[in-house]
Write a protein that binds this ligand. Sequence first.
Ligand SMILES: Cc1cc2nc3c(=O)[nH]c(=O)nc-3n(C[C@H](O)[C@H](O)[C@H](O)COP(=O)(O)OP(=O)(O)OC[C@H]3O[C@@H](n4cnc5c(N)ncnc54)[C@H](O)[C@@H]3O)c2cc1C
Length: 486
Amino acid sequence: MPLTTACVVRLGVNNQTMALDQKLVATITEILGPNGVITDAGDMAPYLHEERGLAESSADLVARPANTSEVSEVVRACAASKTPIVPVGGSTGLVGGTLASGGVLLATDRLIKIIEVDALNNTMTVEAGCILAELQNAAAEQNCLFPLSLGAEGSCRIGGNLSTNAGGVGVLRYGNTRDLVLGLEVVLPSGEIWDGLSALRKDNTGYDLKQLFIGAEGTLGIITKAVLKLFPAPRTTITVMAALPELEAILKLFDATRQLCGDRLTAFELISRIGVELGMAHIPGVIDPFEAEHPYYALIELTSPRENDDLRSEIETVLEKAFEANIVTDAVFAESDAQRQELWKIREEIPAAQTREGGSIKHDISVPVSQTVAFITAASKQVSDALPGIRPCPFGHIGDGNIHFNLTQPEAMTKADFMAQAEEFTRIVYDLVVEMKGSISAEHGIGAFKREELEHYASATKINLMRSIKQALDPENLMNPGKVVS
Ligand SMILES: Cc1cc2nc3c(=O)[nH]c(=O)nc-3n(C[C@H](O)[C@H](O)[C@H](O)COP(=O)(O)OP(=O)(O)OC[C@H]3O[C@@H](n4cnc5c(N)ncnc54)[C@H](O)[C@@H]3O)c2cc1C
């Protein structure tokens, strides 16, 4: 079976690149006007971007509707001519979810209105094309927090976040994107509009339909608007990086921090030594904040809505006990926002640094939090036994059990030779994940790259249920074909 990122991506209904009917081009141009349609290959290029450069995408037309009824009309026109549609947000997805093989790309970059921020209801109603960072800023202007936060927040769009059920660094405290939504508006594959834009915190009127579309990666319809939950803005933040003597220390420190700090603990990230070294080697501005080298680090952030809350003494108490128990060997506190950014930069730049180092085989996996250390230990041993010199670089949201178990090529090997073995290493890693009752996709989704993997590891019952849902909503398989489930 072909595996993950190196696989041949099968997208279309019959894997054929199709030429678009000129009548459909004319109809869509009539619906959207000339500003809403791109057919020039050069102008289409940004919408065909594949973040990891692992596959080529092609389209006959990019449609850029400016409101929900335009989305609906374009979808109806495509449905009538049985033309596939691929929704595109910020194109920062990491699993080939926006790859197209001809047909129409429907871009949300003109659906950018923040319709309402209701600070009393603690909600925000927005269009799907809003950039995540702009929503965070709009919430902050009303002294509120929209807590979804990830490395791509300056360019990903909320419709993409919803469709991938994005995770990020705030999941420990606030949950995944799925937990941050009260209502949705969706254009179904028929073109019909489902108005589920509820701003209610309690609504037990049958199936929770919005959850079907969240995480569906555009295979069941196009999300056009959302009602998002807001939270009190943090007024005190403390960020600390703790150096650990060994991997086993991380869960002990996590447990101690959570016990003492409760839900003020907002982020708890694992960084390994190789992550720091690759960052320093390849990314300007990444520095090692410690004088000595340490094998592992925890990046910890506490926040509170209270002004001048004494978070510092809380975390100092945790760290003092941890020093005494030999769980922590050193720690640095961010004393300013600039220093906070420096600490986060070490964590956020690891994937880019790995890519610049050469061949990198990436796995976004989760296991129960209690199993994370056992997983990293066993997986590192298994891949090292298979290829001496391979450099495992585990990092990520360990407080959620989500580890980016990435493998950097041995120094004395070509990138091509290393990447040719991607299947073998991915099989080792995923087999172990499944044995430990984990997930082969913690937060990035399935898209095109992991579809066959999902079919390999998921039960037949799960796959059949997913196919039944797809068939019920999109019987012609026109909405983002070839993604998630075949
Ligand atoms: C530097 C970097 C850091 C990242 N960090 C994280 C992280 O910490 N956590 C995490 O979860 N992800 C992370 N990602 C992955 C990515 O940012 C997320 O998956 C993000 O949610 C994708 O949003 P997007 O707007 O770019 O979506 P796109 O890439 O445009 O699309 C993603 C999927 O959603 C579908 N889609 C897009 N818009 C809609 C819509 N309106 N309706 C229906 N379907 C739609 C697309 O068809 C596709 O299947 C990171 C990526 C990068 C490059």
